[in-house]
Design a protein around this ligand. Structure first.
Ligand code: ADP
Length: 623
C-alpha cells in the first residue's frame, strides 16, 4: 500500500464500509442482527444502572421514604437481571456466528478465486492482491474482517451517545437556586453554550489524537510488508514435510533467518517501530490521555458546583458524572471508529479490487449437448497466444481439427508451447488471436463449466488431496467403488491398492490422518490418471502422462492405452517418442508453431526434419 498517496475521503471510506457491511449481511444476516442486539444491551445496562442509582441516592439524600426506596431497588434488580440474561443469550448467539467469521471471510476470497478466470487467476497482479490481503489480515485483521468490528463500534457509540444525551439533558436545564448567590453565574445561558462547546472539544480531542497515532501504525503496516511476506513464506516453507530434507541438508533456516531479520521493523531500539513509538505513536497517545483527564476534571468541577448551588441532589451528581463520562467515551469511540473507517478503507479498496474482478470466461451461455456418440469436434482456427503478463507469442497461427476418436501425440522440445496449447484447448486461457470452435461455434459462447466437463486432463503438475484414495479418484465423497477400482486398475494402481491398509478408504499423506500412506511420484501419477479415467469425459488429455513412471509401468500404460482411451479423443504430450508410434497423428511443435504433422512412419523418414532429429537422439539410448 502506497502511503504517499492521498488519504481516502471520509465519504468514500464510509461507502466502502457500507458495501462491506452489506456483504457480511448477505453472507450471514444473523451475525449483523446479533451484533446490533448485543450492542444495544451492552450500552443500555450501565445507563439503566446510572438512572436507577440516581433515583435511590436522591431518595436517600432527601425524603428517605422506605416504600420509594424499595420500589427503586426492586426495579433496578428486575430490569438489570432481565437485561443481563438477555445480553448473555444474545452474546452466545453472536459468538456462535462470530466464531465463523474468519471462515466466512476466507470464503469471500475462495469463492472468488475459484470462479475467477484462470488466465486472470494466474497473473502476478492477482497473486499480489491476494497476498496483500492475507498479510494485512494476519498483521492486524484489517480489511473485510475489520468491517465487523467497526460496525460494532459504530452501533455501540451511536447508541451510547443517544443514551448519554438523554441522561445529561437535565444537567443544563436544572438551575442553581437563587439562595446561593456566589454560584448564580452558573445559570447564565452563555455559560451553558460555552460549556457545550468545551464538552464537544473535550470529547473530540482524545480520539483525534488516537487517530493521529493510528496513522503511524498504518505506515508501519506498509513498511513491514516485505518482512511479513518473508516471515509468512518461510514459516510456511519450514513446516512443509516435503521441504524438510532440503532445509536440513542446506541449512536453509540460516539464510531465511537473515532475510526475516533484515526486513523486520520491530527488532531493536533503532527499528522503525521503536522510532515511531518514541515519535508519533507515543506523543499522540500521551496527548490523548492528557486531554481525556483534563476533560474529566472539568466535568467533575462543573457538576459538583451546580449541586453545591442546589441545582440538584447528590443522586443526580452520580447520574450526570456517570452519563457525561460515558457519553464522552462513546463520542471518542465514534470518532475513533470513523477514523478507523478511513484507515481500513485503504485495505478494503484492495479487498474489493480483487472481489470485483470480472469473470469473463463465464459469460457464455450455450450448453454443450450431452452426446452419447461423443461426437464433439474441436477446431483451432489461426490461433496465436501470448500470456497476459508477457509480450511474446508462445503459440503462433495454429490451425488444426481434432478428428473424433483419434489419438494425437504432441512432441517438441521444452518450451515449444505444448502445455500452453493444451491450456487453450481446455480454455484455461482464451486465444489472443484466432478462435477455437466446438462443433463449429466459438467456445467462448458455451457455458464454461459445461465446456470444461468435456475434458479429463492429467497435467504434469497435477495435485492430489490428502484425503482417501477413493475420494481422490472420484473427486467426491460419494462414489461407485467398482468404477473407482476399475479406473485404478486401468492406471496400474491396483497392486498398490491391495497393499493399502484400508483399500479405497486409505488416506493419502499424513495431513489429516496419521495412518495416511506416503506414495511415490509414479504412484501419484497413476492415481491422477485414474481420476481422469473416472471422469470419463469425451476428451482425454495427458501431459507427459508417464514422466514419473518407471519403464515397466510406462510400458504397461501404453499396452493398455487403447483400452484406457477407448472411444475418446485422446491428446497426449510425450517426451518419449517411442510411445507416439501408436498414435494416429503426431504434431511436432517448435517455437510455438506446428512444424510437422503426420504418422510416425511418415515423419521418421523425413530425415532432415525435427521429428527424425528427436527420434534419432532418443533412439541412441534405447539401443
Ligand atoms: P512446453 O510444454 O512445450 O514445455 P510451455 O507451453 O510450458 O512449453 O511453454 C511455452 C512458453 O511459454 C515457454 O517459453 C514458457 O516460458 C512460456 N510460459 C509458460 N507459462 C507461462 C506463464 N504462465 N506466463 C508467461 N510465460 C509462460
Amino acid at each position: 500500500m502506497d502511503t504517499t498517496q492521498s488519504k481516502i475521503s471520509l465519504k468514500k471510506s464510509w461507502q466502502l464500509h457500507q458495501r462491506g457491511m452489506k456483504l457480511w449481511y448477505q453472507r450471514e444476516p444473523k451475525l449483523i442482527i446479533y451484533l446490533f442486539l448485543e450492542s444495544l444491551l451492552i450500552v443500555a445496562m450501565p445507563y439503566v444502572l446510572i438512572y436507577f442509582s440516581a433515583k435511590i441516592l436522591n431518595e436517600l439524600g432527601n425524603q428517605r421514604r422506605v416504600e420509594e426506596l424499595v420500589k427503586w431497588i426492586v426495579w433496578t434488580l428486575v430490569v438489570e437481571s432481565v437485561l443481563g440474561i438477555l445480553k448473555e443469550v444474545v452474546r452466545y448467539q453472536k459468538m456462535k456466528y462470530q466464531g465463523m467469521s474468519s471462515l466466512l471471510n476466507s470464503e469471500f476470497y475462495v469463492d472468488k478465486m475459484l470462479t475467477m478466470d484462470y488466465q486472470k487467476f494466474a497473473t502476478s497482479h492477482i497473486h499480489d492482491l491476494r497476498t496483500q490481503i492475507k498479510e494485512s489480515e494476519n498483521w492486524t485483521g484489517v480489511g473485510l474482517l475489520r468491517v465487523l468490528k467497526i460496525t460494532e463500534e459504530i452501533f455501540q457509540s451511536i447508541l451510547g451517545i443517544l443514551g448519554g444525551v438523554l441522561l445529561t439533558f437535565s444537567l443544563f436545564t436544572s438551575v442553581v437556586t437563587t439562595t446561593s448567590d456566589e454560584l448564580i453565574w452558573l445559570n447564565h445561558p452563555l455559560l451553558v453554550a460555552i460549556l457545550f462547546i468545551l464538552s464537544i472539544l473535550g470529547t473530540m480531542l482524545p480520539p483525534f489524537f488516537m487517530n493521529k497515532s493510528g496513522e503511524y501504525w498504518i505506515r508501519l503496516a506498509s513498511e513491514s510488508r516485505d518482512g511479513n511476506r518473508f516471515g509468512m513464506f518461510f514459516s510456511y516453507y519450514m513446516n512443509q514435510s516435503d521441504r524438510g530434507l532440503d532445509v536440513r541438508m542446506y541449512e536453509q533456516d540460516k539464510i531465511t533467518e537473515q532475510y526475516i531479520l533484515e526486513h523486520n521493523v520491530y527488532q531493536d531500539r533503532n527499528s522503525l517501530f521503536a522510532q515511531y513509538s518514541r515519535g508519533g505513536i507515543g506523543i499522540f497517545r500521551s496527548l490523548a490521555a492528557i486531554s481525556s483527564v483534563i476533560f474529566s476534571g472539568f466535568v467533575y468541577l462543573y457538576v459538583c458546583l451546580k449541586a453545591w448551588g442546589g441545582a440538584f441532589g447528590v443522586g443526580s451528581v452520580t447520574q450526570y458524572i456517570g452519563a457525561i463520562l460515558s457519553l464522552a467515551n462513546h463520542v471518542s469511540k465514534f470518532v475513533e471508529a470513523i477514523g478507523s473507517t478511513q484507515t481500513n478503507a485503504e485495505f478494503l479498496q484492495v479487498n474489493f479490487e480483487l472481489l470485483d474482478q470480472p469473470n469473463e470466461l463465464y459469460q457464455g451461455t450455450l450448453t454443450t449437448e450431452k452426446r452419447s456418440d461423443r461426437n464433439y469436434s474441436i477446431e483451432f482456427c489461426n490461433v496465436s497466444f501470448k500470456y497476459p503478463d508477457s509480450d511474446t507469442f508462445v503459440l503462433k497461427n495454429i490451425s488444426l481439427k481434432f478428428e473424433i476418436g483419434k489419438r494425437i501425440a504432441i512432441v517438441g522440445e521444452n518450451g515449444s508451447g505444448k502445455t500452453t496449447f493444451i491450456k487453450l484447448l481446455c480454455r484455461l486461457y482464451d486465444p489472443t488471436e484466432g478462435e477455437i470452435r466446438l462443433n463449429g461455434i466459438d467456445i467462448r459462447k458455451y457455458n464454461y463449466t459445461d465446456y470444461l466437463n468435456l475434458f479429463s486432463v492429467v497435467f504434469q503438475d497435477f495435485k492430489l488431496l490428502s484425503l482417501t484414495i477413493g475420494e481422490n479418484v472420484a473427486a467426491n465423497r460419494e462414489y461407485e467403488e467398482e468404477k473407482v477400482k476399475l479406473a485404478l486398475d486401468e492406471s496400474g494402481f491396483s497392486e498398490r491398492l491391495d497393499h493399502s491398509p484400508e483399500g479405497l478408504k486409505s488416506y493419502l499423506y499424513k495431513d489429516f490422518n496419521p495412518a495416511g500412506i506416503e506414495i511415490s511420484g509414479g504412484e501419484a501419477q497413476k492415481i491422477a490418471i485414474a481420476r481422469a479415467l473416472y471422469k470419463d469425459a469425451p476428451f482425454m488429455i495427458l501431459d507427459e502422462p508417464t514422466a514419473s513412471l518407471d519403464p515397466i509401468a510406462e510400458e504397461e500404460i501404453y499396452q493398455k492405452f487403447n483400452q484406457i482411451v477407448s472411444d475418446k479423443t485422446a491428446v497426449y504430450i510425450s517426451h518419449r517418442l517411442s510411445s507416439c508410434r501408436f498414435c494416429d497423428e503426431i504434431l511436432v511443435f517448435d517455437k510455438g508453431e506446428i512444424i510437422q504433422r503426420g504418422h510416425h512412419n511418415e515423419l521418421v523418414n523425413q530425415s532432415k526434419e525435427k521429428y527424425s532429429e528427436l527420434w534419432t537422439a532418443q533412439a541412441q539410448y534405447y539401443q
